[in-house]
Design a protein around this ligand. Structure first.
Ligand SMILES: [Zn+2]
Length: 493
């Protein structure tokens, strides 16, 4: 009998190991679609140094997002005039419209109206470069200089690099007399950094009104990483979804008074417990139901065997895996909604109990969660605490939908990425920040977020930080990628 049990256990284990091994071996992405061949982008005779000088010029227009009615519009208007003067051949063939006062919509009409258009996004506005940070910049952030193989200044990467890259690419094709069969649109918002309400929102509404349903939208949001955290090697990350964001206001009210004879709870103790409860409320974190699993699959060949076994057998090693991933904030952000208590405000004196205490908890919503659901669960978590109320501090921004990784447009972007950066495997990713592209969900079949540049940590640090720069190599990659995208995507017969 004992023998039988041992044999049964052994058989069970063998089956388990066998199945785990099978899962590991078969845990890969489907073969890359080859329906669209990427053009040979190295053949394009572009002058990247001249383009770098033009990007430096673009940086000199201080197009910091306008927050007040009285903010000076002149830098934007001068930037517009510069575009007109600098890219005359493109402007001669494309229709140009001003939307929401300062945003730009260009339509380069294709000869075949039956083909749904491509919409390419970039934004004109930049975040400020506060005076207190100036000493840490190697150059003045708005002087726009080319040195040490890079273009330096606020907006070099985010997002004038894309904007200039797109215009360089369009001008290159227009000069040669190339004309699209499929319509190409360029939408350059002027308020991306403050939500896109006057720019992207209006342009998308205009497109919807005109019945446009694009083949795809491409925007900033992700790039090729020199060192992907999972593999340690390069990887071209194409953003197929972006997280939402929302801030919860938690308020606790209680009897105010002197602290010498306190009731069991004060507003402060109530608030502390409420914040703790919401912080600890169960949130689903998993590879499934988002871009995480697709990313892992795409990068599977590059993973270490240990990681591959663990990730491909989440059904078996889930608890171990989750524990390992829990210590990694990027992994947690990828797999689920994040919860970050960020502000607390209560009390004026150490010996006075306040009537009210307030906290803010910032959420970054994973595509599997809606703000409605999170709010309901947060309320549930504090339902037993009398005097505690929970509400969104401002209208929440929902996570985007998830774009396809098997579409012809994804295949095209991936093929071009491989052409420009052959050393970087292509994988889908989840964008943690917000981009203008989320506003286009209803007017496009798919929305992708990818800047074809190879970035190191120091490049990423410059975005919204100090010493923002775009290497000339990356500018070169972007221009070639955009030319290739237009040529292969919109100029085929
Ligand atoms: Zn941006």
């Amino acid at each position: 009998m004992v023998r039988l049990i041992v044999a049964a256990i052994a058989l069970g284990l063998a089956t388990l190991v066998g199945f785990a091994g099978y899962r590991t071996a078969t845990f890969t992405a489907p073969p890359p679609p080859t329906e669209i061949a990427a053009p040979e982008t190295s053949a394009y005779a572009i002058d990247t140094n001249a383009a770098a000088d033009r990007l430096a010029q673009a940086i000199r227009f201080r197009t910091v997002s306008l927050v007040a009615e009285t903010d000076d519009r002149t830098p934007f208007q001068q930037f517009h005039a510069w575009m007109l003067a600098t890219y005359p051949n493109f402007h001669a063939v494309a229709r140009r419209e001003l939307v929401g006062e300062l945003s730009l919509l260009y339509t380069w009409e294709g000869s075949d109206p039956a083909q749904p258009p491509i919409v390419m996004l970039a934004h004109q506005d930049v975040v400020p470069a506060p005076d207190v940070t100036r000493a840490d910049w190697r150059t003045d952030p708005f002087i726009g200089t080319v040195r040490d193989g890079a273009v330096w200044g606020r907006g070099a990467t985010d997002d004038k690099g894309s904007l200039v890259g797109l215009l360089e690419a369009a001008e290159f094709l227009a000069v040669q007399g190339r004309r699209p069969t499929r319509t190409i649109m360029f939408a350059f918002g002027h308020d991306e950094e403050i939500g896109g309400g006057e720019g992207a929102v209006r342009i998308a509404a205009l497109l919807a009104e005109r019945g446009v349903r694009a083949w795809f939208v491409i925007d900033e949001g992700m790039a090729a990483l020199e060192r992907h955290p999972l593999t340690g090697g390069p990887a071209s990350m194409i953003g197929i979804a972006e997280k939402g964001g929302a801030t919860l206001r938690v308020r606790a009210v209680a009897q105010p008074g002197h602290s010498s004879m306190p009731p069991p709870e004060t507003a402060v103790s109530l608030l502390a417990e409420a914040v703790d409860r919401i912080h600890a409320m169960p949130i689903q974190r998993s590879l499934e139901g988002g871009p995480a699993l697709a990313m892992m699959r795409a990068l599977a060949p590059e993973l270490s065997l240990t990681n591959r076994v663990a990730i491909s057998n989440e059904w078996l090693l889930g608890p171990v895996l989750r524990q390992r991933l829990q210590s990694s904030p990027p992994a947690m952000a990828l797999m689920g909604t994040t919860v970050a208590p960020t502000m607390m405000n209560a009390g004026v004196r150490p010996n006075v109990m306040p009537a009210e205490a307030e906290a803010m908890i910032n959420f970054r919503l994973h595509p599997r969660d809606t703000s409605e659901d999170i709010l309901r669960r947060a309320r549930q978590a504090v339902a037993h605490l009398e005097g505690v109320t929970v509400e969104w501090a401002e209208p929440p921004r929902e996570a985007s939908g998830i774009s396809s990784t098997t579409s012809s447009s994804y295949a095209l972007i991936a093929a071009l990425s491989r052409e420009i950066l052959p050393e970087a495997p292509v994988a889908p990713g989840l964008v943690i920040a917000g981009t203008d592209s989320r506003h286009y969900a209803d007017v496009a079949e798919n929305v992708y977020r990818f800047q074809p540049m190879l970035v190191a940590q120091e490049d990423l640090d410059g975005i919204h930080g100090n010493n923002e720069r775009l290497t000339i190599d990356n500018l070169d990659r972007m221009i070639r990628f955009y030319i290739g995208l237009m040529e292969a995507g919109a100029m085929q017969q």
